[in-house]
Design a protein around this ligand. Sequence first.
Ligand code: GLU
Length: 468
Amino acid sequence: MAGNQFLDDVNRQFNEAAQHVPMEDGLAEKIRVCNATYVTRFGVRLRGRMETFIGWRAVHSTHVTPAKGGIRYALSVDQQDVEALAALMTYKCALTGLPFGGSKGGLLIDPSQWEREELEKITRRFTQELVRHNFLSPSQNVPAPDVGTNELTMVWMADEYRRWAPNDINAFACVTGKPLAAGGIEGRIEATGRGVQYAIRAFFRSPRDVAWTKLTPELRDKSIIIQGLGNVGYHAAKFLSEEDGCRIIAIIERDGALLNSQGLPVEAVKQHMGQTGGVKGFPGAEYISDGSRALEHDCDILIPAATERVIDEYNALRIQAKLIVEAANGPVTFEADSILRNRGIVILPDLFVNSGGVIVSYFEWVRNLTHMPFGLMERRHDEVSNRLLASSLETMTGAKFPSDIARPFLDGAREIDLVRSGLDEIMQSTYRQLSDLCHSGKDVCDMRRAAYIIATKHTAEAYRAIGI
Ligand code: GLU
């Protein structure tokens, strides 16, 4: 099982980075180890028999509370996977400056094997266990969707928590990634994919960094291979092809891969998957059944957006991409990481690339605590000021304000505009820190190490500030 090695990978990455961060005796170990993991084995009566499920919630760090991180429903999950993923959440939040510790949950289940009502029953029972043991609350531990879970899972959890704590006015802040009508925020579903797009844009805004890859400086027309057309991969591929003019030349899914050097229509492929359950049989593309081989095809950018450890020491030697963008958590093993770096392949690391999900989760959580949508107080006020400015310009110049830009200029920002702008701001400012550290020449030659160093520094500072 990959669990052990995955946790090992994360810890080894941390250990390497920690050598570059001055820390008092023992602090590095305190940061690295997982604070606590709750294991629950609970029963649910389904289909006329008692089914027992096993679930975990790991809290890697509570140097800031609440601890934050998704809950995954999968048959491949185990305790150490969950602990590795919780550690990544700590570092991700520390790197991007979010006020959260790191946590992650898992339930050993294949969600496709159960009906919606059954999943609801199971989720509600799991939630009761988490709440009872203080592993779920708006102030202590706030889950979100991950592999195998979605906004429905979250609203069941929120509703179950509210039953448990009817007097908690902030009850719905106990999870993020909820549906809009139940305390969610616009843009959360697409957030991780949107963040991947902003991460790539940030990279291409820096010509000195693009020069590392020997790619041409513009993002337009870059060829992309994407692994996984789930929530993250689908949105990233859609935005990069529709808005940035990139060509998605391969899509790798569970049942094989589709190839087309002219670019695949992402939306149509997604629809085909919805109808047939896979990519096989999609017209207008070459199909190969051994999808993992497509990771090794020639392309400009490779985006693993599925699960951990898909690029290892074996296929790392054959990868032909110039840039790897880690939309999944931990897709490149520790060994593969150094092989790729030695081969001159640049990697934008998971801690940075896929942080869009938790960043917009932060906005949702704050919105739940304030009980007010973002921009509500300013929007009309901004519109009035903008109108005044436009009419002053018209008076001063004698020209009419161009009608095509009047609407977007005059209207104040909507909540979705603010969500996107906040996400872009955090992605861009985090990227600048990473890039500057990489160029500072102080022993740092790769973005992953830079990300771990910044995250470790921030975490160590937080520990010192609270006197630990
Ligand atoms: N599951 C997502 C992640 O791995 C989101 C976590 C969150 O929003 O708390 O980053």
